[in-house]
Design a protein around this ligand. Structure first.
Ligand SMILES: C[S@@+](CC[C@H](N)C(=O)[O-])C[C@H]1O[C@@H](n2cnc3c(N)ncnc32)[C@H](O)[C@@H]1O
Length: 208
């Protein structure tokens, strides 16, 4: 069983559906790995930089996200050592920080996060690296900030993300942002960036 074909996929049948009811209610038909890969092959320039940004507006349980992250990890594995003890952890977090996704189904959102987490766990295990507890915390914070439940079609203005700008010394500069700015609200002022924070200080609580 590969990371792409993890337990989260166990409920999906060979034509990419979980149930007829979900097809009816959510238009939920997952894209097969072969098609996902073929589409991503069309945009090679997006996989030259670990910070390339992706947004999946209806991510399902994460078939595109899994493939995108896998490609970014290949890129990191080819990179030179970053020169600091935890450069690999920071690089993996940068890869995740630039992957955003929305789905209307909470179940899908949770599965998508779990699948990305599983890929990263597997990657560390294969390398024989023991990730720090702080890395786990930062990863949980990032996955919950970047893969969110929302109605992309009818309520995009209430979907909030965090813009993670990279900074020196393994830090991130976070700015809250909306999928669509409430531009017609006269009292709207865009959020200010928060002070740089080292990834080891990120927890799901620091995101609130
Ligand atoms: C056709 S599936 C595609 C899933 C994934 N993008 C893939 O290719 O495997 C459509 C997904 O859109 C989600 N969805 C349906 N309406 C939505 C909406 N208004 N906002 C966000 N997600 C929605 C469903 O829950 C479902 O997971």
């Amino acid at each position: 069983m590969t990371a792409q074909n993890s337990s989260a996929e166990a409920d999906v049948n060979s034509i990419g559906i979980k149930s007829r009811e979900r097809v009816r209610d959510l238009a939920e038909v997952y894209t097969d790995k072969r098609e996902v890969d073929a589409m991503l092959e069309l945009i090679p320039s997006m996989f030259r930089d670990v910070d390339s940004r992706f947004l999946e507006p209806a991510c399902g349980h994460g078939n595109f996200l899994v493939a995108i992250l896998t490609r970014k990890l290949v890129l990191i594995n080819k990179a030179e050592h970053g020169g600091t003890p935890h450069w690999y952890e920071y690089a993996v977090l940068r890869a995740v920080a630039s992957i955003y996704a929305i789905d209307i189904s909470e179940e899908n959102v949770l599965e998508a996060r779990e699948r990305l987490q599983a890929i990263i766990d597997k990657e560390f295990a294969e390398k024989g690296y023991e990730p720090t507890q702080r890395f786990h915390s930062a990863l949980a914070a990032m996955l919950s900030a970047n893969i969110v439940r929302g109605d992309t079609l009818n309520d995009a203005q209430s979907i909030q993300f965090i813009d993670w700008a990279i900074s020196d010394s393994e830090k991130f500069i976070r700015t809250r942002c909306y999928l669509e700015d409430p531009a017609f609200d006269l009292f709207f002022s865009p959020p200010e960036p928060l002070p740089p924070i080292h990834y080891s200080e990120l927890t799901p609580e620091t995101q609130r």
